[in-house]
Design a protein around this ligand. Structure first.
Ligand code: LMR
Length: 390
C-alpha cells in the first residue's frame, strides 16, 4: 500500500520556521509565517489568556468529553464579536467550535460537499496557499479569479466581479473578511456593498474567512464588510480563527457559523455539521476555547484582551507607516491592514535577501510586518532598497 505513495515537499510556508531557526547569523530576520511578534521578537501569551489559564487551572474540575460542537458557550460568546449583535441573535445562524480556522474551513468544505458536491468554490488570487488544498481535500472543484492588481497595489475589483460572472448559481465564493492574506489589501466599504448585491443577484454563497479580526483597523471595523455581505444574502458561512487575535496559535481554536436561508433550516444544517465534525475530529480540543470563554465571560478580562489587541494592532500600524515612508514602491504598505504585505520583488530577490542578509520570507515576497521591530526595520529596508524600482 504505502509503496504507492509519492514524495511530498514540506509546506513551503511552515518550512521557513525551520530554515530561520537553523540560520546561525545573529542578525537574521523572520518575516515568514503569520504570527504576531512584539518589539522583542517574541510571540507572547496575552495577559488575559494567562489570567484565564490560571482560573481554569484553579477551577476546572473535569476533562470529560464535551461533544462535537465543542464548547457551545465559547461559540455563543464569540458570535456577537464576530457577527455583531443582530446577526448573532438571528435564528438562521448556527455555529460550532472547530480546531482553528483551518478546521472551520475544512468543516465548511465538507458541509458544501455533503449538500452538493457539484458546487465549485471560487477563490480570488493570490490567497493563503492552504485554501485550495482544503477544499480539494473535501472533493470540491476549486476555480480561481483575479483579486489583486500587483502593479497598482490595489484590489482589482472589476476583475473580481468579472470572475463572478463565470460562477454558476449556487457556487461558493471565498472572501477574506479582513487583513487579506497575502496582500494586506481588502475591499473598500462601498465595494463590500456592491459585492453583497452581486453575490445575492447571482445566487452565490459567500464563505468568509475571518482569521485576523482586530489586527487590521479594530474588532468592529474589521468585521463591518462581512456584516454587509451576511445581511445581503440568504445563505453564507463564516470560518473564524482565534489563532491571531487571542494569540492561541497552537491551541487550535476557531468556529464555523452557517447562515441558513430560514430559521427552520438552521437545525438540519447544525445536525450535518455535528455529524461531519464527529468523523473529522470527533470533538475539537477544549483548552483554547475554554480560555476564550473565560475571557469573554469576565468583563475585566475582556477589556484587558481588547486593550492588548489594540496595542498589537497599533504596533503593526506604526511599522506599516515606517515601511511605507521608506520608498515610493513601499508606500501602499502604509494604507494596508493586518500582518501581511506583498513586496514588489521576485523570487530571485527573495533568495538573495535570505542568502545575503538572513531575511526569511516565502517566495511570493509576502512579509509578516510584525516580524520587524524598530531596530530590524532599518536593516530590513536597507537590504531591500537596492532591489526596488522607482
Ligand atoms: C500564515 O499565512 O502565515 C498563517 O496563516 C499561518 C499558516 O497556517 O499558514
Amino acid at each position: 500500500l504505502f509503496g504507492r505513495l509519492e514524495r511530498q515537499a514540506p509546506d513551503a510556508l511552515l518550512a521557513i520556521i525551520g530554515l530561520h531557526r537553523a540560520d546561525p547569523r545573529p542578525g537574521k530576520i523572520d518575516v515568514g509565517v503569520g504570527v504576531y511578534r512584539d518589539a522583542t521578537g517574541a510571540t507572547p501569551v496575552m495577559r488575559a489568556v494567562k489570567a484565564a489559564e490560571a482560573r481554569l487551572l484553579a477551577t476546572q474540575d473535569t476533562k470529560s468529553y464535551l461533544g462535537p460542537e465543542g464548547d457551545q458557550r465559547f461559540t455563543d460568546l464569540l458570535a456577537p464579536i464576530a457577527l455583531g449583535g443582530a446577526l448573532a441573535a438571528d435564528g438562521r445562524i448556527t455555529g460550532v467550535q472547530t480546531p482553528g480556522g483551518t478546521g472551520a474551513l475544512r468543516l465548511a468544505a465538507e458541509l458544501i460537499a455533503v449538500a452538493d458536491a457539484e458546487r465549485a468554490v471560487w477563490i480570488g488570487t493570490p490567497t493563503w496557499p492552504n485554501h485550495a488544498p482544503i477544499f480539494r481535500a473535501a472533493g470540491l472543484t476549486v476555480r480561481t479569479q483575479a483579486y489583486y492588481d500587483a502593479a497598482q497595489s490595489r484590489v482589482d475589483f472589476d476583475a473580481f466581479l468579472a470572475g463572478l460572472t463565470q460562477a454558476r448559481a449556487g457556487d461558493v465564493v471565498l472572501l477574506h473578511g479582513c487583513c487579506h492574506n497575502p496582500t494586506g489589501t481588502g475591499f473598500a466599504h462601498h465595494e463590500w456593498a456592491v459585492l453583497a448585491k452581486e453575490i445575492a443577484r447571482r445566487g452565490l454563497i459567500p464563505l468568509v474567512d475571518l482569521a485576523y479580526q482586530g489586527l487590521g483597523q479594530g474588532l468592529e471595523e474589521d468585521a463591518a464588510g462581512m456584516h454587509v455581505v451576511l445581511n445581503g444574502v440568504p445563505e453564507a458561512m463564516v470560518a473564524y480563527s482565534c489563532d491571531k487575535n487571542f494569540a492561541l496559535y497552537r491551541e487550535r481554536v476557531g468556529a464555523l457559523w452557517v447562515q441558513a436561508d430560514r430559521p427552520a433550516m438552521a437545525l438540519p444544517v447544525r445536525e450535518n455539521m455535528l455529524v461531519l465534525a464527529r468523523s473529522l475530529w470527533s470533538m475539537p480540543p477544549d483548552h483554547g476555547a475554554a480560555i476564550v470563554r473565560t475571557i469573554l465571560e469576565e468583563p475585566a478580562l475582556t477589556s484587558d484582551w481588547r486593550d492588548e489587541l489594540t496595542q498589537m494592532c497599533g504596533r503593526i500600524r506604526s511599522l506599516r507607516a515606517i515601511l511605507g515612508a521608506a520608498h515610493p514602491a513601499l508606500a501602499p504598505i502604509a494604507r494596508q491592514d493586518g500582518l501581511f504585505a506583498l513586496l514588489p520583488i521576485g523570487r530571485e530577490t527573495v533568495a538573495a535577501l535570505r542568502a545575503e542578509h538572513g531575511i526569511y520570507m516565502p517566495d511570493s515576497g509576502r512579509i509578516n510586518i510584525a516580524g520587524l521591530n524598530d531596530e530590524t526595520v532599518a536593516r530590513f529596508v536597507a537590504a531591500l532598497l537596492p532591489h526596488l524600482k522607482g
